[in-house]
Every structure is written in C-alpha cells, then in structure tokens.
Ligand binder design. Structure first.
Ligand code: URA
Length: 434
C-alpha cells in the first residue's frame, strides 16, 4: 500500500481523489489496514471540500463493492424499494411495502434503526409481538419470494464500509455532509439489487437536512448515483416542518399504519403512500402514468389486498398476525396526559427535532447505543399545523410510562408556537427523476 498520507493531503488541499486512491482507501480501511485517525482526517477533508460527481460515484461504488450485493434470480417481479431520509411520524414504509407488493412489485427493504431524533422502521416493526427484523440472507430471500416483501436490517456482509464509516462519522461530528450521506444511503440501497428506487428527501425542522436547498442538493447527489448505477429513480422533496400523520412512537405508529392499510387513517400519510407507491409502479413499468400508479395503490389499500399482504409478511417474519384484528394485543402506555394550548392562536411547529427528542425522553428512543426502547410511549397530535386553537384546548396526547415526563413536556412546549396567522407549506414540494 502506498503512503496513506498522500490520499489525505490530496483531499486536504481540495483536489480530487483518483479512482486508485479511493479504492485503496476503502479496501484498506475495511481490512483494518488504515487506522481510524487516518480515516477521520480524510472524512473531515471530504466534509470541508466535498466531492466531484465522478469522485462520488467511484467512492460509492467502492463502498458498495466492499460487501455482498443481493441478487434474487428466482424472483421475476421488478425489485423496487424506497428510502426516506426520515422524520417525525414517518411510518410510510410500513403500509407502502405491502401495498406495492400487492400491486405486483417485489420490495426488498433493508431499513435502519432510530437515528438521533428520528424513529427507525426496524424499531417500529419490532413493536409487533414476535416480529423479527434480523433475518439471514436466506430468510430475507424466502420472505421476499413468498410475500413480495422482506423487511430486514443490514447484515454484516452488506456494505461493511458504510458500517465503519458511519460509526466513525457519528463520533466525529461528520454526519451532515451531502456526499457522505448520499454515498452511505445509496450504497446500502444499491446493495439490494434493485431495478428502481424512490427517494423521499425531507426538508424542515424535523428533517436531517433542514434547509430546502440542502435537501434538494442531497436529492440531486443521490439521483446522480442512481443514474451512474443504471437504476431508475425518483426523488420527492417532502415536508417535515410538521409531523406526518397523527401518531409518533413505535406502537402508535404501527396502529396508524394498520389504519392506513385498511383504507383509513390520516390523509397526509395516505397521500404519501399513494404517491411513493404510484411512482414505484411507474418506474417499474407496471403503469404508464403516476396517476394510474396512485390509483392502483389506493385500491390495494381500500380492497384489503395490501393488508392481506402485510399479514403474510408479519407471519413470515415470526410476528403475531392476530394483532391485525385484535389491537388489544398491543400493550398501551400505562398513562396518557394532555398538553393544552396556553392561549388562542394558529398552530405552527418551530422545532420538530425537539418533538423527536421528547419521545426519546419518554423512553421511545435511544440516547446511547444499547438503550432499550419502550414501544408503548409516544405522542398523538390532536390538532394539525395551521389549525386555529383556543386557550385550554388539548393539543397533544402524551402516552408515557412515568419516565421522563417533565423533560418531554418541556421539550414539547418549546416545539411549537401559537401565532396570529400561519400558512403551512405543501406536503410535496418537488419531484425529480432519472
Ligand atoms: N442515513 C444513512 O444511512 N446514512 C447517512 O449518512 C445519514 C442517514
């Protein structure tokens, strides 16, 4: 191996890394031949100087090739997934995956756990009694073959470079870099062996990329990588200035997802499920237009086929599918308290990140690795952004188990304002395809 310092100084001086330097760095780092301090120095230089388009593509490919890429030769259906950059109450994947499968797609969905202020799909699914998300590669493929959906976590052999780089970025303050996020997300999604991908890139105070311009730049970087890898993709730029749906917290979000799977539930959740699912069908070539795709997904939600598919997935992944009919099988939080409006005004969210951290205070998120999540706790938003409310009116239900209540309340009280006027931004701001 050449002197690793020459790789670091190239980037330190704002120059482009060569293909050979990138491959040497990624393979050396995964093999343990490059130290954490060398890697941290390079990541910091990338954070500061960014990456050119070609450089990013080579970096992402080197990450992808650091591990195994899934292939499903026995599955004829188009393999399509979606990824969301996440936010408060974003449970779209849970109704979306079975709805898309009910319309003829195979959805090999590898998801993550809660990160920072956001909840993770895996943690939410584990609120279903018995549901297993740690599937072996064989189990994942069998579930996909039998149900059209597999909902699993990252395995050690999938993109090991991301596992190491992500952990290092996390402890060195290097998460919020567009090339590093784009390569991290896309290397994992491309390892699923997809034909097409829908990206939901959030903007607003509950999103990782708060500013709209940064969200748009992240979307473009990810689409550039999809194009490079020959995967059809669409990025939707959607609103996380307010929670999605009415519920946030693991069990509460599963219950709301079940409502959506029964053709009910909050309109914004259904709209995003239909939009993202419709676009998945369009990208896969199963429908000629987005409108037709949306219609197909809406029918799958209304006619019970999406719910039936979800019941099969739950059974296949070890969960107790009786809970779809008997909601009493979900343990509720022992107590529910209300947070009231202290004056008249129009509801406007100031800081949704604080809402996520309020749920963490209640025990519904991890403050450090290894913390055990209490799936019962969470919030129900009783009034929507832009609603005119009166003093004394209940705004939020706090589902809790005694722990962290005062801290959660304090965070929630700071998270919104009651203004004289407030006009909410639209749910979907833009859509770009490659
Ligand atoms: N999610 C990821 O998978 N990677 C990032 O870098 C940020 C969010």
């Amino acid at each position: 191996m050449s002197d690793v310092r020459s790789i670091l100084t190239t980037k330190r001086d704002g120059r482009r890394l060569s293909d050979a330097q990138i491959h040497e760095f990624i393979s050396g780092y995964v093999a343990g031949e490059i130290t954490e301090y060398h890697a941290a120095a390079l990541l910091m230089a990338i954070f500061i100087h960014g990456m050119e388009e070609r450089e990013l593509a080579v970096w992402a490919r080197a990450m992808l090739e650091s591990g195994r890429v899934l292939r499903f030769p026995r599955i004829a259906a188009p393999k399509v997934d979606k990824h969301s950059t996440g936010g408060i109450g974003d449970k779209v994947s849970i109704p979306l995956a079975p709805a898309a499968a009910a319309c003829g797609l195979a959805v090999p969905m590898i998801s993550g756990r809660g990160l920072g202020h956001t909840g993770g799909t895996l943690d939410k699914l584990e609120a279903i009694p018995g549901f297993r998300t740690q599937l072996s590669a064989d189990e994942f493929e069998r579930c996909l073959e039998r149900t059209g959906v597999a909902l699993g976590g990252q395995t050690p052999d999938l993109v090991p470079a991301d596992r190491k780089l992500y952990a290092l970025r996390d402890v060195t303050g290097l998460i919020e870099s567009i090339p590093l996020i784009a390569s991290s997300i896309m290397s994992k999604k491309l390892a699923e062996g997809l034909d097409a991908l829908v990206l939901d890139v959030k903007f607003g105070s509950g999103a990782f990329m708060v500013e709209r311009e940064r969200g748009a730049a992240l979307a473009q970087a990810m689409l550039g990588l999809a194009r490079d890898f020959g995967v059809r993709a669409t990025a939707l730029h959607t609103n996380m200035e307010r929670p999605l749906g009415r519920a946030a917290g693991h069990t509460l979000e599963i219950l709301e997802s079940l409502e959506c799977l029964e053709g009910r539930g909050p309109a914004d959740l259904r709209e995003l499920v239909c939009l993202q699912g419709g676009e998945m069908l369009r990208l896969a070539g199963l429908v000629p237009t987005l409108e037709q795709g949306k219609g197909r997904i809406a029918r799958a939600l209304d006619d019970g086929s999406a719910r039936e598919c979800f019941a099969r997935v739950v059974r296949e992944q070890g969960g107790d599918a009786r809970c779809l009919d008997q909601r009493s099988l979900f343990a509720p939080a022992p107590r529910v308290e209300l947070l009231h409006a202290t004056r008249d005004g129009v509801l406007a969210w100031r800081d949704l990140r604080a809402v996520g951290f309020a749920i963490c205070e209640l025990g519904g998120g991890r403050k450090q690795l290894g913390d055990v999540i209490d799936p019962r706790v969470g919030l129900v938003f009783l009034r929507e952004e832009g609603a005119r409310v009166s003093r004394g009116e209940p705004l939020i239900e706090i589902h809790h188990a005694e722990r962290g209540l005062a801290d959660a309340r304090a965070k929630l009280e700071r998270s919104f304002e009651l203004r004289p006027e407030h006009a909410p931004a639209p749910l979907v701001l833009a859509s770009w395809s490659v």
